[in-house]
Design a protein around this ligand. Sequence first.
Ligand SMILES: [Mg+2]
Length: 270
Amino acid sequence: MSDSPPVLRGDTERLARLRGFLLDLDGTTYLGDRLLPGADRFVRRLAETGRKRLFITNNCSRTPEEYAAKLARLGLPAVPGDVFTSGELAGRFLLERGLTRVYVLGTPSLVRQLAALGVEHDERSPRAVLSSFDLTLTYERLLKAVRFVQAGLPLYSTHPDLVCPTPDGPIPDSGLITSLIERTTGVKAHYLGKPMVEMVEGAARRLGLDLSELAFVGDRLYTDMRMALDAGITAVLVLSGETTEEMLAESGLRPHVVASDLSALVPLLD
Ligand SMILES: [Mg+2]
């Protein structure tokens, strides 16, 4: 990949007019424990030019505090408020519907994020089931979620991703774990996170910007680019993660800008 010529094409001039950038993490800002090329310079240039930014991730197995600490450790200064996860969106969604006691099939970090918003993990008499990327999954807890859904509770999922990329290869993510419950019970989950446009709307509210002032920069076609195009914001695809030129051509999706990685976008901010 490092031998290929750099890619930068599309309506590149529109980026200079934007006031805020939503940045995907895995495959866009970093991969595993490695910052991707230009991530530090791109974020610094956003700050220098008075633009806002928010890191967006479907992976809510970790808290915004843990993401901010990881970014800082990789050399990219960030605070928890710079990170918006599908867990926060799910928490706010459940809260708005009065669902404050929920059986959570997720990590202790997700349970803490939800509790901070006022949504408690309840093993006895929950009002809904929230399934997620559960790195602490056991058959016993999976079965408990299944029983609650069979008893008639609504099923929500923080995000539909089937697999999560890691340096050692993909691992089962929220969508696959949720599908175990769906296929056992016959109940379809209501998915949150990317590619739901609510994710962009929540981020825009957080930044205090209009959708017309925003871009989403990400590496996945069917979550990042689908959502940006559906929400009507500027869609910027980076080829530093999951997507290849062949996958882009076959997808039929047309992001406004396509770039090798964030380093190619730095000069476009001036
Ligand atoms: Mg990604």
